[in-house]
Design a protein around this ligand. Structure first.
Ligand code: ADP
Length: 621
């Protein structure tokens, strides 16, 4: 049960940075938070102050009219404050409802903006998993910030209001009698010192409890990870068949048992039943003792005639408020420190630099689409890998050409495309667009010239039309036309809501499940809709049978029109019509030429691949 972590200074500088992020993403929430906490904390003081005036008026025997006037003011002010607080709280709560969207947007924005090489790294996968798990583990990290500010502001406003209303308690003297020694300023200082000590002790105890949370955070991360992977394992439709055949539900039970950090037998729960529970209870208990001391001091002074009884109620309320505020503030400081520990993952993630060179040239939206790409001695190793995924690739191709990239699995075809669209930079050599190194172009501009359908493309649980346009507003005719070109029009005609049909049942009970082949057609329509000068199909047709694949590829020849089309396939028959075929083997282009040229080179790789496949497809080569 050790107390560890970071210094308060570090914690507050992290808090300041996190508040800056919130201010950028949701400035309104911070305004709402500030005003709602101000009114919520000052409202009870207004009531305390005004009711004290009424009681004083009653005990000093003023006229009834004056009492009624005071009651009227009290009712009016209290009601007004209550209404304003309620409105402000509603505003704040409403903004707070979107907090999980804000925090995930911060993470998602960074992910989209970082270099792909980092987005694709294990380090980033681990960091994002940790950030997510910190959030699951008691809402630690960025999502905690509004709550911490609430705690800090509540403490500060409580203290300030209480101080204003209780100053007189220490100033007004007892006029006569044996209790006059209480007028000594030292006495007031003693009371304040005790108050501060108790509040600090209470904060320390909370700190101990927080430290226990930090200590078990890594266990909890593992538990959350396991729960994420196996918690709903048995309900996933994709697993339903395997579960029945291989009785995989047993796996879920096996792992869940190991991630036992959330049950009553977990180490944290055990600590809470012992010393830790006592700490939390003691922190509450000493608060109650402090209230007793305050009551005693105020009552004795009132009894000795320092002020009327109404003021006594005000001072008790106010000084209790000061104590509660101070206590709250110290606990809030501890919570800021504890949360600061968890923010380190978030900041490490947000601070990942973009180290890919960013050029400033535009790719000129050329109406003649005259683009020429050249790979000049390009070699590439994936980060952390010793082996070359591409080695000395030299190739030049012009716009409008049809290029096929063929080769065995793992021969470097996809890597070639990833380098072409600058998801990675070459380890050696350079890629040129119209004679200029692609690094010198603005990246946003450069990637706009490519439409790619990757093998593992993803569609969204959104309406069909929006999937194709990747936008909520789009030209319906254009989208329908692209779907038709992709061979989807027949299926579209059977969809009850046409382009507005939601794909998948994930978010809509009327959603439509599409088959692998249909999904591929939609993905192809999306690529056509983007209307970029380069259109690339990276084995997106793997789920189709060879005949259907050949149909799509041949049809695609027409669709591609004046665009440069690059086809990747391990089925050679689909690529026969291409102007040029690049044959990849172990990261190198071992042959290039047209089908007719290659198919007759008996010593070549293409010949071997072609004949191996021809047996299965009975293609007429
Ligand atoms: P293909 O598309 O021809 O099947 P790839 O371009 O995907 O081949 O892969 C080429 C080589 O690079 C393979 O040896 C593969 O294992 C390796 N590779 C692919 N992706 C990665 C990655 N993200 N990290 C490390 N190695 C990779």
């Amino acid at each position: 049960m050790s107390k560890k972590g970071i210094s308060m200074k570090t914690a507050f500088s992290r808090l300041a940075r996190a508040v800056g992020i919130w201010r950028k993403y949701d400035p309104q929430q911070l305004n709402a938070l500030l005003l709602s906490r101000l009114f919520t904390k000052l409202t009870p003081y207004a009531t305390v102050f005004l009711s004290a005036r009424i009681i004083n008026a009653l005990v000093t025997g003023v006229e009834a009219r004056e009492v009624w006037r005071l009651i009227g003011i009290t009712l009016g002010v209290t009601t007004l404050f209550a209404v304003i607080s309620a409105i402000l709280n509603r505003w704040y709560e409403a903004r707070k409802d979107g907090n999980w969207i804000t925090t995930s947007k911060v993470i998602a924005d960074k992910h989209a903006a970082m270099d792909f090489v980092d987005a694709d790294s294990q380090h980033v996968a681990d960091l994002t998993a940790q950030i997510q798990q910190n959030d699951n583990w008691g809402g630690r990290g960025l999502s905690r910030i509004p709550r911490l500010l609430e705690e800090l502001l509540d403490g500060a406003f409580s203290m300030l209001g209480g101080i204003v209303l209780s100053v007189e308690l220490f100033i007004l003297p007892i006029p006569s009698g044996s209790l006059r020694f209480l007028n000594n300023p030292l006495f007031a200082i003693c009371i304040l010192a005790v108050m501060l000590t108790v509040a600090l002790a209470s904060g320390q105890l909370v700190g101990v409890a927080n430290a226990a949370w930090e200590n078990y955070a890594s266990d909890a991360r593992l538990g959350n990870r396991m729960f994420g992977a196996y918690g709903f394992f048995a309900t996933r439709l994709k697993r339903a068949v395997d579960i029945r055949i291989y009785r995989q539900e047993r796996i879920s039970k096996f792992y869940m048992g190991k991630g036992d950090v959330f049950t009553e037998n977990s180490p944290l729960a055990t600590e809470y039943r012992g010393k830790l529970g006592l700490c939390v209870a003691a922190s509450k208990g000493i608060g109650a003792v402090m209230s007793g001391i305050i009551y005693l001091f105020v009552c004795v002074k009132a009894w000795a005639g320092a002020f009327p009884i109404g003021s006594a109620t005000q001072y008790i309320g106010a000084i209790t408020g000061v104590f509660m505020g101070l206590n709250g503030l110290i606990v809030a400081f501890e919570n800021v420190r504890a949360n600061g520990v968890f923010l380190s993952n978030t900041f490490e993630y947000l601070d990942i630099p973009n180290s890919m060179y960013q050029g400033s040239l535009t790719t000129e939206k050329r109406s003649d689409r005259q683009y020429e790409v050249e790979f000049r001695n390009v070699s590439f190793k994936y980060p952390g890998s010793e082996a070359y995924a591409l080695k000395n690739v030299n190739i030049k191709f012009k716009v409008g050409s049809r290029l096929a990239v063929v080769g065995m699995n793992g021969s470097g075809k996809t890597t070639f495309i990833k380098l072409l669209c600058r998801l990675y930079d070459p380890t050696e050599g350079e890629i040129l667009l119209n004679g200029i190194d692609i690094r010198k172009y603005r990246y946003d501009d450069y990637r706009d010239i490519f439409s790619i359908v990757f093998q593992d493309f993803q569609l969204f649980a959104m309406p069909l039309g929006e999937n194709v346009a990747v936008s909520a507003s789009y030209d319906r005719e254009d989208v329908a036309d692209c779907l038709e070109k992709a061979g989807f029009s027949e299926r579209l005609s059977t969809m009850p809501k046409g382009l507005d049909t939601v794909l998948y049942k994930t978010l809509d009970k009327d959603g439509v499940e599409v088959s692998g082949g249909e999904a591929q057609k939609i993905a192809i329509a999306r690529a056509i809709y983007k209307n970029a000068p380069f259109i690339i199909l990276d084995e997106p047709t793997a789920a189709l049978d060879p005949v259907a694949e050949a149909e799509i590829y041949e049809k695609f020849n027409d669709i591609a029109g004046d665009k440069t089309a690059i086809y990747i396939s391990h089925r050679l028959s689909s690529c026969r019509f291409c102007d040029e075929i690049l044959v990849f083997d172990h990261g190198q282009i071992v042959q290039s030429g047209s089908h007719e040229e290659l198919v007759h080179q008996e010593a070549g790789k293409y010949y071997a691949l072609w004949n191996a496949q021809a047996q299965y497809y009975a293609v007429n080569g």
